[in-house]
Design a protein around this ligand. Sequence first.
Ligand code: ZN
Length: 183
Amino acid sequence: MTERYLLPCRCGQTVPVERGQAGQTVHCRCGGSLEVPTLLAMARLEPELRQQGESEAGQPWGVWQGMAVAGLVVCGIAAALAGYLAWTWPPPPLSKYNYANQRAWIAERKPAESLEIFLQMRREGLAPLHPAVAAGYAAARFHYQLGAASVALLAAAGVALALAGFSRAVRVRAAAGPRRPSR
Ligand SMILES: [Zn+2]
């Protein structure tokens, strides 16, 4: 922790200065430039109550908090995408014997023919998928798996970002908290 002192300006505001800045020129928020006194004279200035951790906490708390929030937003986007993928995940294609669009064909079959088909299906199981249908399904599934992997990566990045942001924010705040000299 670097001890800082409050250098008063003509405008009534103060500029926090460190020992290392003795003899240098600093600028006030009003635009005026102030000369930092020597170490001896600086020691007579009012010490800054907020020490380094806390003065850092002002901005970095916001930065880390923003990072955590951004991580949560990324997680939310990943969750929405995962929901979309799950909702639209291509269902396995039906066997060529029970396509909905073959109802007409099935309706046309004579009872004896239907029984023969039924018995054949019982014997041999459902016929294998038509190669084009199988290939189309495999391609669609591959795209969805690729999408799922991307969403998982996105979610992992979001979780990492949120955790990093939260832990840094909490650490900065903890470092700043107890070091407030009472006056
Ligand atoms: Zn000023």
